[in-house]
Design a protein around this ligand. Structure first.
Ligand code: NAD
Length: 476
């Protein structure tokens, strides 16, 4: 069986110990991956440091050209990468294909934008002229989760290397395969050895080694709140900045005048996409009393049509990532069922395929805003429905969790929409649509415990740079 290696410099390095990679759709062994430790992290950081001076001085147009080529190779390998991602994460093939397209777009988007990014000057002020320079940090560390390894990996790698950093990436142990493939494609595209290094391994080993490493100048972490907090503490010992992309409990807020024909399929997708294992999943449905009954009836019908199956067979809903995740979701749903109404789904109500880690779509109705199922991230295909009768109550409920990642407002009333876009405390607000995480171009990041720092869009280029002001005295 193939072992997915570490990619350090131009080398593919195997480790003595390996980690099993399980196929979530079957529960069977899919492959093995290197188990990187402090030794491999040290080597990867050294390779990145060695490449750093040349890469940051490489003309931006040349760096952009290489990024464009990486994007092209990711697209060339679309079917292979999509199948690999679908097998590794369990996500439906159509979603995996979309992930590959987005991954490729990160490289082409940042190839274009980085060329327009460098160089701001302030108007001359008396005897001074000043300008700002955006300079690469040097070596950036990236710790990524298992739910969208390709998308999130490329979302953070592309802007970091575009501005001239060299990167060391630690994929999640549950789904490490596609990120290693991207690193190999990047070498094929002509990215100099050492600019992008990947060390698969356990969080407590390779992840902890990377986050505490004294050779790292910036860390970006996407994952859970407790681990993000640990990573930030480790980084603070080295006084380096961290971008934290953490969890969410994002609401769809549906007013009485909403167009339910448009809203219902989008709401359904928002909590089922990737089996609900999406940081920006629409896991809360906050609905006006006047349309609650109608909306729930429509949702119930739509859920009834959902096809559940193995990711590569391209169903609507695939499995969860692991037995551990299935146990966690089951426990949370069973706990909630004791005090809230699982109107649709729940652990025992809908048949799911045998083998693999499947959980049916589940809708809890009549949930109090402070109930655990409306407050904590489930990371499964589960939505909690809460009602409101005034705009202020909708705002209070929307803001009433410790998260603030994304939100959506469904209304035809412009004033109501504008009020909510101002009052809701989340990094993205959608009106009459829901773009889990949004497009490549939309700045993304959290308020409150959803994290800090910004990725995607133009802002990501700034995230991976430090700014230097240069002031010239022109008159003596
Ligand atoms: P996790 O925090 O357990 O793991 C994330 C990464 O951290 C993995 O690579 C893991 O190996 C590593 N890690 C674990 N322990 C570590 C340690 N001690 N030191 C350093 N690294 C360590 O999260 P997960 O289970 O992989 O992902 C689920 C969580 O991620 C959810 O809470 C979800 O909301 C969040 N998430 C957020 C975003 C976002 O963009 N905001 C995107 C995807 C997932």
């Amino acid at each position: 069986m193939n072992v997915s290696p570490c990619v350090i410099g131009a080398e593919q390095i195997l480790t003595e110990d390996t980690l099993d990679v399980v196929n979530p759709s079957t529960g069977e062994l899919l492959g093995r991956t290197a188990r990187g430790t402090q030794v491999e992290v040290d080597a990867a950081v050294a390779a990145a440091r060695a490449a750093s001076e040349d890469w940051r001085h490489t003309p931006v147009a040349q760096r952009a050209e290489i990024l464009r080529r990486i994007g092209g190779l990711v697209t060339r390998e679309r079917e292979r990468l999509a199948l690999l991602e679908s097998r590794d994460t369990g996500k439906p093939l159509t979603q995996a294909r979309a992930d590959v397209d987005v991954a490729a777009r990160y490289f082409t988007y940042y190839a274009s934008t980085v060329e327009a990014f460098f160089g701001n000057s302030l108007p001359p002020d008396g005897e001074y002229i000043s300008y700002t320079r955006h300079e690469a940090f040097g070596v950036t560390g990236h710790i990524i989760p298992w739910n969208y390894p390709l998308q999130i990996g490329c979302r953070t790698i592309a802007p970091a290397i575009a501005v001239g950093n060299c990167s060391v990436v630690k994929p999640a142990e549950d789904a490490p395969l596609s990120v290693v493939e991207v690193a190999l494609l990047a070498l094929e595209a002509g990215l100099p050895a050492g600019v992008l290094n990947v060390v698969p391994g356990l969080g407590a080993e390779a992840g902890a080694a990377l986050s505490a490493h004294t050779g790292i100048d910036h860390l970006s972490f996407t994952g859970s709140v407790p681990v993000g907090s640990m990573v930030a503490k480790a980084a603070s010992d080295n006084v380096i900045p961290v971008a934290l992309e953490l969890g969410g409990k994002s609401p769809n807020i549906v007013f009485a005048d909403a167009d339910l024909d448009v809203a219902v399929p989008v709401i359904l997708k928002s909590f089922l996409q990737n089996a609900g294992q999406t940081c920006s999943a629409g896991s809360r449905l906050v609905v006006h009393d006047a349309v609650h009954g109608e909306l729930l009836n429509r949702l119930e019908k739509a859920v009834g049509d959902v096809r559940i199956g193995a990711g590569p067979a391209d169903p609507d809903l695939g499995p969860l990532i692991s037995q551990k995740q299935l146990d966690r979701v089951t426990r949370m749903v069973e706990r909630a069922a004791a005090s809230a109404d699982p109107r649709i789904g729940g652990p025992k109500r809908v048949a799911t395929p045998v083998g693999g880690f499947y959980f049916p779509p589940t809708v809890f109705d009549g949930v109090a805003p402070d109930h655990e199922i409306a407050q904590d991230e489930v990371f499964g295909p589960v939505v909690a429905v809460t009602t409101f009768d005034s705009t202020q109550q909708a705002i209070d409920i929307a803001n009433g969790t410790e998260y603030g990642l994304i939100s959506a407002v469904w209304t035809k009333d412009f004033a109501t929409a504008m009020t909510l876009t101002e009052e809701i405390r989340s990094g993205q607000v959608y009106v009459n649509t829901y773009g889990a995480g949004g497009g490549v171009e939309y700045t993304f990041g959290g308020f409150k415990k959803s994290g800090y720092g910004r990725e995607k869009g133009f802002d990501a280029l700034g995230e991976f740079c430090q700014t230097k002001s240069v002031v010239l005295k022109v008159a003596q």
